[in-house]
Design a protein around this ligand. Structure first.
Ligand code: ADP
Ligand code: ZN
Ligand code: ZN
Length: 803
């Protein structure tokens, strides 16, 4: 009588665990529901795999609590999770945990985290020795992750007092998670204010009266932050008036800038053909994969929107996945204006309760169009008919921690399991996807021209070696690039200036002995940040002040080398004092909100030049941009990674695609010291097919994907001997190499030390996916039987980077 259940728990082990269900839960527990169970002295939340009557031979512990009355993962998602666990060699329980949207729902109350200063202090403690002082211990605990006040109270007798003191010193900051759900306390740029009724009489302070008259004169709802710029103290007044019931305040993070409903455009001939192919496939109700390959500015989005219309018209729901950085308010706005409240947006900037809210709407069938980033693929959409993956080649679809899945490939699998149509869109498809199209696994549809036959931008390569010979100066900007920038500023047109991030940073080196200052945890060079004169590790965020003398030879001749994006910005200011310049990069962006506001300011023409790393190269459609500059095209080419050429080609082509999207034609200037490299030549010619053919030869000759199934096996340990021994063990396990398998390594990983661990790696190439999977499982079994700590062995199937 349903006395037992098998549970998948978020632990790095492969098996399921059996528990006894208390009487009261026996009728309610179902596959796909979460429950809480005792596990080695802790309480864990897992997912029920099966409820059954098979009494095991050993004594069982009892389930503590059933979290859901309805399965949180439906049968389709349960199966999808099982596929991910097996394909990516990841523990099932960890996969399910990652699919859970509501994981944060139970998080409540005050959450404390370190400030930048606090982090610095905590870091120095590791070197010093202050184990006995409780407030310092607390800092060290917070280094690993933010923690709730309630949790900290269980660890420290006087947690509250300690935290308050640390907060005063500016070492920790507190976020009230509950308060976040209360619209009255949300920040103004996330709020919309609207007049409910103009008060008849009554006394109001002056600012409140001013706000009321403003709202009366301007009917409709307004972004509160914007009103604040027009009406003094609007934020405070709005909250006061909301309490009195005269205005309404709603959180609507992505609804702002929403234009009035738009009429669908007339498709051009190529768009129409693409749409017809997709809509015919939708009518067959069968799984099919399309590659929609359209040059930049060819109007792919319009095809997506129409395809979604077609799916909805057939009574089926649709999902759109976009790269992390592309999900901007402008983008979301297009969807709201087209599909209204049928859209659910799954955005990483949302807090947990907002995400949970969206999830429930989707689950209840109230939102038939879901737009999200990578993990959006797990949204509980019922009756799915269409999945679109925009910019399918984008690396943000690959999750960097276990389970290391690629959202695009999971999308194809989900479409397969649900009999849906999947559309992969890109101007620069990944080698794998294009190869699948070639082999007729996917259907290729193309958009070869820009909208309204606008010309592709003219691309010029600038050979920086010649520039140096002619000017005798090692400068960041060539004369041609300066001239181009100058012209735009004069004509009031805009420029995007893109820096190839990897290696595009400044570092500190000793002129006497050549030592480069490195991270103490990782074998990587520290990046110099001039704003706060600190050196920062981009892998583990270790930071230190620039020392006065070289730590190796004590010489005082420390020297700053390389060019950072801050320095580029400074140089631009010097060259063009009158220009309005904005900079966006991951380190300084100051969070998603800041990023979006800079971007929308740029879109509105408040800046002449936007400087940024690859993150600005993707997707944005800003008509007034007529010049795209790529300052250093080559940096990525030298990396020991078989995707270096592909990544460079994609970056250059996408960057070039930012220019000339409106009615004004665009030009692209690429500075390089390898003008003959095929990735650069084909990008300059905007010749995807040429690049693809050439790159395919290389991949075939070297047996890299798409000609092999590839996995990167990383072994890491704090002690070097241990890491070496373990990697040797795995190496010999695969020796002699089984039929159809080629092993590279074990060898030192390109970054040999990271986060204080030594790293070795093995690369496995297999002719068949199945053999790869078998061998990887042998390695995992070995690791488990030897009781290796689960963090020692990292398996990355279909890796996007080997670094
Ligand atoms: P892509 O994603 O292919 O680079 P977009 O989807 O951003 O291109 O479209 C480029 C521009 O063309 C956008 O401003 C879009 O609004 C416009 N556009 C798309 N389709 C049409 C059409 N059929 N007629 C006119 N303009 C269009
Ligand atoms: Zn030195
Ligand atoms: Zn580091």
């Amino acid at each position: 009588m349903n006395e037992f259940c098998d549970v998948s728990l978020p632990v790095p082990m492969d098996q399921a665990f059996t528990y006894r269900l208390p009487e009261t839960l026996r009728h309610r527990a179902q596959r796909g529901c979460r429950l809480t169970v005792p596990f080695t002295g802790r309480k864990l939340t897992g997912v029920i795999l099966e409820v059954h009557d098979r009494r095991p031979a050993y004594a069982l512990r009892e389930v503590l609590r059933l979290v859901d009355e309805q399965p949180v993962l439906d049968e389709g998602l349960m199966r999808l999770g099982a596929w991910i666990a097996s394909y990516y060699c990841a523990p099932l329980g960890e996969v399910y945990r990652g699919m859970m949207p509501l994981s944060g729902e139970t998080r409540k109350g005050k959450v404390y985290s370190l400030t930048d200063t606090g982090r610095d202090v905590a870091r120095q403690l590791i070197l010093g020795d202050a184990e006995t002082e409780p407030s310092l211990q607390l800092l060290r605990m917070l280094e690993s992750r933010p923690m709730t006040e309630n949790y900290l109270k269980t660890k420290f007798e006087n947690a509250k007092r300690l935290l308050t003191a640390l907060e005063k010193k500016g070492f920790v900051e507190m976020e009230d998670v509950e308060a976040d759900r209360d619209p009255l306390r949300a920040s103004s740029d996330r709020l919309r204010v609207e007049l409910i009724r103009f008060p008849e009489g009554g006394k109001f302070p002056k600012p409140e009266r001013e706000l009321l008259s403003y709202l009366e004169l301007h009917p409709g709802s307004h972004n509160l932050a914007e009103v604040e710029t027009l009406v003094k103290s609007a934020s405070v007044s709005a909250r006061a008036l909301a309490r009195k019931g005269h205005v309404s305040l709603r959180t609507e993070p992505l609804m702002r800038d929403t234009p009035a409903a738009v009429v669908p455009r007339l498709l051009n001939e190529h768009q129409q053909k693409a749409f017809d192919a997709i809509s015919n496939a939708l009518e067959t109700k069968q799984f099919q994969t399309f590659l929609l390959q359209g040059v930049t500015g060819s109007g792919k989005t319009e095809v997506y929107l129409r395809a979604i219309d077609a799916a909805l018209a057939l009574g089926r729901n649709a999902m759109l996945l976009v790269p992390e950085i592309a999900l901007t308010p402008a983008m979301a706005g297009q969807f709201f204006s087209r599909f209204g409240d049928r859209v659910a947006i799954l955005h990483s900037a949302f807090n947990d309760s907002e995400r949970a809210e969206q999830w429930r709407r989707i689950r209840a069938g109230k939102a038939g169009v879901v737009v999200g980033t990578r993990s959006g693929i797990f949204a509980p959409v019922q009756n799915l008919g269409l999945i679109i993956v925009d910019e399918e080649h984008d690396h943000s679809y690959k999750q960097a921690e276990t389970p290391r899945y690629n959202g695009r490939d999971v999308a194809v699998m989900r479409a397969h399991q649900t009999g849906s149509v999947v559309v992969l869109g890109s101007a620069t498809p990944s080698m794998e996807t294009r190869y699948n199209a070639e082999k007729n696994k996917y259907t290729l549809i193309d958009l070869p021209e820009r909208i309204e036959q606008r010309p592709m931008p003219a691309v010029e390569l600038i050979d920086m070696r010649l520039e140096f010979l002619e000017t005798r100066k090692q400068s960041t900007f060539s004369r041609r690039m300066l001239e181009g920038l100058h012209g735009r500023i004069e004509n009031k047109e805009q420029t995007m200036l893109i820096l190839n991030r990897r290696g595009f940073s400044s570092f500190v080196a000793c002129r006497a002995c050549g030592e480069r200052l490195q991270c103490i945890n990782c074998s990587v060079t520290l990046t110099f940040h001039r704003r706060d004169r600190r050196m920062l590790c981009h892998y583990c965020s270790y930071a230190e002040k620039v020392p006065a003398t070289c730590p190796k030879c004590q010489s005082e001749h420390l020297h700053f080398l390389g060019v950072g994006s801050e320095k580029v910005e400074d140089e631009l200011h010097r060259e063009f004092p009158e220009a309005r310049i904005a900079r966006l990069d991951r380190d300084t962006a100051g969070g998603k909100k800041k990023f979006e506001s800079i971007l929308s300011d740029f879109r509105e023409g408040n800046y002449d030049i936007l400087v940024g790393t690859q993150m600005i190269a993707k997707g944005h459609d800003i008509p007034n941009v007529t010049l795209a500059c790529i300052v250093n095209a080559d940096i990525g080419l030298g990396l020991p990674d078989f995707r270096a050429a592909e990544r460079t080609f994609q970056l250059l082509t996408q960057s070039a695609g930012r220019a000339g999207r409106g009615s004004l034609p665009g030009i692209v200037l690429i500075q390089t010291i390898n003008p003959d490299h095929y990735a650069i030549r084909y990008a300059a010619a905007q010749d995807y097919n040429g690049f693809y053919e050439k790159e395919l030869q290389f991949r075939r000759a070297m047996r890299y994907p798409p000609f092999a199934a590839l996995a990167n096996v990383l072994i890491r340990h704090e002690k070097q001997e241990q890491a070496l021994r373990m990697s040797a063990e795995l190496g010999s396990l695969l020796e002699p190499a089984p039929e159809g398998i080629k092993i590279l390594g074990p060898a030192e990983a390109p970054v040999q030390r990271l986060h204080n661990e030594f790293r070795y790696q093995l690369l496995i190439k297999a002719a068949h996916r199945k053999t790869l999977n078998e061998q990887l499982n042998r390695l995992r079994v070995h690791a488990q039987s030897q009781k290796w700590s689960p963090t020692c062995l990292v398996i990355d199937v279909d890796p996007l980077t080997l670094l």
